[in-house]
Design a protein around this ligand. Sequence first.
Ligand code: ADP
Ligand code: MG
Length: 151
Amino acid sequence: MSQYIFETKTEEETRRLANELALLLSPGQVLTLEGDLGAGKTTFTKGLGAGLGVRRTINSPTFTIVKEYMGEIPLYHMDAYRLEDIQEDIGFDEYFNGDGITVVEWASFIEEFLPEERLQIQIKRIDEHTRKITFHPIGDHFDSICKELYS
Ligand code: ADP
Ligand code: MG
């Protein structure tokens, strides 16, 4: 599996990377976001939202499973943490096959319901301001998106 590694030195750089990614995405695509608390998942999602034309402030989806943000393309920010014991499909496709981009945190909890083609993003805190951001594209389309972002 190919991977694309970026390093950012500021919060702003992380936002910019996500903003550039957003411009390459189309409705019905799914991204998964992994990283420890404080890694920069919400920061990254804010950048995505900016790139998708979301005007509302994006924050962590702590008390709701999905937050929906209207934009030129809608952004669905899903926190799968409390879905760990879900056995049946509770209608994920309304998001995953919908008209927006879905960003999933704690995606491993709903692995079996995720679409096969997706972009896995992992953010790792290196030090106070440095983050290693690794993209694992699954599927040719996401691979070309990553290549374009990387060049
Ligand atoms: P998470 O959602 O993963 O818990 P947040 O995005 O809420 O993380 O928080 C990331 C924190 O790290 C913010 O306080 C942000 O200012 C800080 N930070 C420092 N450097 C960076 C960087 N390069 N990229 C992203 N965030 C950074
Ligand atoms: Mg967060």
